[in-house]
Design a protein around this ligand. Structure first.
Ligand code: FES
Length: 296
């Protein structure tokens, strides 16, 4: 069975195939998927990741909890609705590490969230924990027999006896609420004029007001980022005059401006602002629900 060049498989779609090869491959997420108890189920889309050990054992991991540049932290997925930590199967153990977002290769970056990448923590050689970080080579190390994995290249094996790279767990960074209020000041399509921004201000919500079609995208992204950064709900007005208008929009220009925004960590460093402890920038397993990407 080949290793690093193969395409990822989706467990749900290829259940029979994966069952057939489970005994040979020892693939962590695949075997975990055969379990039935909630705490034994493999990571599900929407799960949070929680610390496995230390003072913060069981606490949800946020981007800021991870030191940029490593080392990795060990984590288990947790169902956010039932608070069930999926620690009933060791094969669910993942490692998360935060690195520079632009350092990931093109194959890895789509599976990261906020510069954080997650891999199975189970070495593909003989199943030890991949728990060490080599600062001189920026590699994930399994100390049992010295295998090193490159986290920037989908955990490709760069040294040692492991036959294949670590399975990756796709992540996204979630958090933030954008409240869109449709308003009709001029009674264009309603019997009474109405205006929501004063109500939102009374609720201590920042409000952004797109004034044309182009600004809906930029202001929407801005409002979303503001919410994630501050921990507040953020309002966005949708006035009938603007919603019912049209325009030619330069999406590339908007993308360039958005790319130039400073990230939340930089703003926090400059301002000293601390978002709410239970607020934003959570690391989650990403969509689609029930799919787990596995390397064969
Ligand atoms: Fe990890 Fe052997 S178990 S290198």
């Amino acid at each position: 069975m080949s290793d690093v060049k193969s395409e990822p498989l989706r467990f749900v779609e290829r259940r029979k195939l994966l069952r057939g090869v489970a005994g040979l491959s020892g693939l962590p997420f695949m075997q975990a998927a055969l379990a039935r108890e909630p705490n034994e189920m493999p990571p599900q889309a929407g799960d949070r990741l929680v610390f496995v050990q230390g003072d913060r054992k069981g606490a949800v991991i946020k981007v800021e909890d991870l030191k940029l540049g490593g080392p990795q932290e060990l984590a288990f997925p947790m169902d956010p609705s039932t608070k069930t930590v999926r620690d009933g199967n060791r094969l669910n153990e993942v490692l998360v590490i935060r690195l520079k977002e632009d350092a990931f290769d093109g194959e890895t970056k789509p599976h990261t969230g906020g510069g954080v990448v997650a891999y199975s923590a189970i070495c593909t050689h003989q199943g030890c924990d991949v728990s060490q970080w080599k600062t001189d080579k920026n590699t994930l190390l399994c100390v049992c027999h010295g295998t090193e994995y490159d986290p920037l290249q989908r955990a490709a094996v760069v040294f040692g006896p492991a036959p294949r790279r670590l399975p990756i767990l796709p992540l996204s960074v979630e958090g933030g609420v954008l409240v869109v209020a449709g308003d009709d000041h001029g009674c264009v399509s309603s019997s009474m004029p109405h205006q929501s921004d004063l109500a939102m201000q009374a609720w201590s919500m920042p409000v952004v007001h797109p004034a044309n079609v182009a600004e809906y995208l930029e202001f929407g992204l801005y409002g979303w980022a503001l919410s994630r950064y501050s921990g507040n709900w953020v309002g966005l007005t949708a006035l009938s005059e603007v919603v019912e208008s049209g325009a030619t929009v330069d999406l590339d220009a908007i993308a360039q401006r958005v790319d130039a925004w400073r990230d939340a960590a930089a703003v926090r460093a400059a301002t000293g602002h601390e978002p709410p402890a239970d607020g934003n920038l959570l690391i989650c397993c990403s969509q689609p629900r029930g799919d787990v990407i596995i390397d064969l």
